[in-house]
Design a protein around this ligand. Sequence first.
Ligand code: B12
Ligand code: SF4
Length: 489
Amino acid sequence: MANVILFYPRTGMDISGTFRYVPLSVLTLAAPLVKEGYSVALIDQRLDPNWREKVRKEVDSNTICFGISSMTGLQLQFGLEAAMEFRKIAPKIPIVWGGAHPSLVWEQCLGNPYVDLVVVNEGDETFPRLVKSLEDKSALNTVAGIAYKEGGKARFTGMPRFVDLDSLRPLPYHLIPLNEYLTSSDTSEKSINIETSRGCPARCSFCYYGSSSMARWRYMSSEKILGMIHEILEKGIKGIWLYDSNFFASHRRVKDIVDGLSNAGIQATFKAQCRAEDLLHFDVDFLKKLRSVGFEKLFVGIESGSDRILKLINKKITINQAYEVDAKLREAGIVPFYSFMCGIPGETVDDIHASLTAMKVLAEKNPSAEIGHLSLCSPYPGTEIFEHCRKTGWEPPAKMEDWINNTWNSNETSWLESHVKKFAKKASILSYFMNYKMLVSYYPQLKAPVKFMVYLYCKIIKLRISAKFYQFMPEIPLLIFLRKKMYSA
Ligand code: B12
Ligand code: SF4
């Protein structure tokens, strides 16, 4: 039985060994609570089909609150499902929400009956203070960084200060079945995810960090990071997924880390996220050094094949520069994963076709490159894209639950002209078929005959892109249906 129950809802992308990583948001929150002597239960709905029973088992008269973490999108639906269940079991115990989505629209979230309190932005310091305040039944208005209901109104106590990341406590891995979270689909070693910085100084016009108060880039020192890596290696895990939105924001820090790894002779593999513009400035020798200390894969957001759109979304690269980046990575022996998106307000069919062409070119130039599909643009409050969408007459979701479909695979993109909207939907599906090798490694559950059909279909899609011929595709509704099934189960 627990004083605090932390719940990580399904995301809709919960394929074990591929996208199901350690739920860092709630594990990080648990660390200071455990240190202060609270008993904490961490329930991950992605792992546990019996989560309802588990919740029921953990609640007793000493339970102080039930915490739920959520991004925008499908995770809200599963989080609300858990909140409803919890309310039935313990109608008087407060339900606290946190994470990217409630931080963005805390006032709207508080309008939902299954949200009693919201922790806005980082919870590492705010949440323990809130738990103490709820335990002592002291005034909530003294806890910075929370939003709550009072007299039928939403009250916000003001932005919390940023956390010093070097002061974070070691993660209480004993609360989770660690092996269940290691991913192996896309790297040579089983990997665990860790964070070494937060925020991102770039200002991409569609990104949560393009605008939010969480944008400021904060980081751990290279000494702390090397210490964390040692601890992981001691657990017998050799793969590390650096989860930071922008691991390379400080070139000096990266160089220190690389030197530290090299001097300590650490044998591990790494994957990390990097901006294409940063890669443009790194020389091949540095990239080779990065590879030699274990960086085998970099996730790079290219987003569009159209220079007009790249400018609009503030990516600070052209598509030819993206090809230059690819050539450097190839020379250094680093595998890139390129992400793309479509459905940006003002985008045309030609722009989307340019993205499909760029994806095809990259797949052909660099056979080891992994090419993500075209995600549908999801406007988040505060971003430039959000304002562009509004100018077209688009109305943002009015209620918390209306954000469930505002996500990468189900967005209606109603700010686009209707023929572009139709094409964006089609392109987002057929863009999965750029790289057969990657598809079968990410979806190992596919059976041999299906794999053969996928192989043929990949060939056909590439021919279609070369000929710019997208007519007569009766299979598209079926593929959309299958994707929906795959990413909500
Ligand atoms: C990992 C990750 C994922 C994983 C998540 C699952 C997992 N854990 O296995 C997967 C791959 C599924 C994923 C998917 C998506 N993601 Co994502 N993802 C991330 C990433 C890289 C790391 C999240 C993380 O663990 N951070 C570390 C923890 C410690 O930080 P945190 O989650 O913010 O938690 C802190 C606070 O928010 C708060 N907090 C969080 N939860 C709670 C709960 C309570 C009770 C309290 C009190 C506080 C609290 O306290 C924590 C400690 O300070 C972030 C970027 C980033 N670096 O954070 C993007 C990010 C969260 N994702 C984002 C996006 C856009 C998406 C997608 C829509 C992407 C897409 N186009 O495909 C999808 C949506 C999926 C869906 N169906 O809803 C955006 C968020 C946008 C938004 N409004 O939600 C982010 C911020 C990236 C970005 N820069 O835009 N993602
Ligand atoms: S570089 Fe990535 S994390 Fe940074 S603002 Fe752009 S999209 Fe967001």
